[in-house]
Design a protein around this ligand. Structure first.
Ligand code: ADP
Ligand code: MG
Length: 251
């Protein structure tokens, strides 16, 4: 087996003694799309926040490209190529789609806003922002205020701002949550396209999306790994079926 691009070893997170994530080890192979699924309360979000460094683990280690990032802050791992999406909380409603992506590009690699930057660089950023918007299907919405975009397009914009940071490893938090069926199909195709040449880890509720996109699936239950494998392996596992039905939750 090749060296994983992202590796978690024996990760645990306790909240006042409650084990939200318990001894989870993950190997995320370069170039794959890897899903974290499980019933409500299984520990997906906590796991996602640990991987993206927004939570510090109680114990365990995380490595990115062989480098121990357990104690790194999110901005530092972002500069190393590990970038997470934010479920719209990073989209500014009163800015246009183009301004939103422009801002993400400016913030990439920790650049701060700078009036004195060369016009050339600003032009480059603008061209790149336009390209990213076109890539996520927002070619006609460059100058639409984010607030005025329908929900599915807002999520596409969120994807464009995440891509603006040029992630090697992209962590997506429920990219299809709350979407109408036609938007789910659109965003699924989009993720497949933008995943080329990258590694994607996603928390996803929609099993149809998971089956269509993901090379490998880790099923969490009560903070621990229940099963891991490709979709067929996971979908026919009795414990997974039981956990979903018994747990009262959908994915
Ligand atoms: N900040 C927190 N403080 C206390 N308990 C938490 C906190 N975050 C999550 N939990 C608990 O940890 C468990 C796993 O939560 P979570 O990771 O959000 O699960 P999922 O995303 O799979 O629904 C749940 O029982 C939840 O109540
Ligand atoms: Mg969650």
């Amino acid at each position: 087996m090749s060296e994983p691009i992202l590796e978690a070893s024996n990760l645990s997170k306790n909240f006042n003694g409650f084990h939200a994530v318990n001894n989870v080890s993950l190997r995320i192979e370069q170039g794959t799309i890897h899903a974290l699924i499980g019933a409500n309360g299984a520990g997906k979000t906590t796991c996602f926040n640990l991987l993206s460094k927004f939570l510090a683990p109680s114990s365990g280690r995380i490595r990115l490209k062989g480098r121990d990032i357990t104690r790194f802050r999110p901005d530092r791992v972002a500069r190393l190529g590990l970038v997470r999406s934010f479920q719209l909380s990073a989209v500014f409603a009163s800015l246009t789609a183009l301004e939103n992506v422009g801002l993400a590009l400016q913030r990439r690699r920790g650049e701060s806003f700078d009036f004195w930057r060369s016009t050339r660089k600003l032009d480059d950023n603008r061209a790149r922002a336009e390209e990213l918007l076109d890539a996520v299907g927002l070619a006609d919405d460059h100058h639409t205020l984010a607030a005025e975009l329908p929900y599915g397009r807002k999520r596409a914009l969120e994807l464009a701002t995440t891509l603006g940071k040029d992630p090697e490893v992209m962590l997506l938090d429920e990219p299809t949550a709350g979407m109408a069926t036609e938007d789910v199909g659109h965003i699924t195709r989009l993720i497949r396209e933008v995943a080329r040449g990258r590694t994607v880890v996603m928390v996803e509720h929609n099993l149809g999306v998971v089956s269509e996109l993901c090379d490998r699936i880790t099923v969490l239950a009560r903070g621990e790994i229940l099963v891991e494998g490709d979709y067929d392996t996971v979908a026919r596992d009795e414990r997974v079926i039981e956990s979903y039905i018994g747990g009262g939750g959908h994915a």
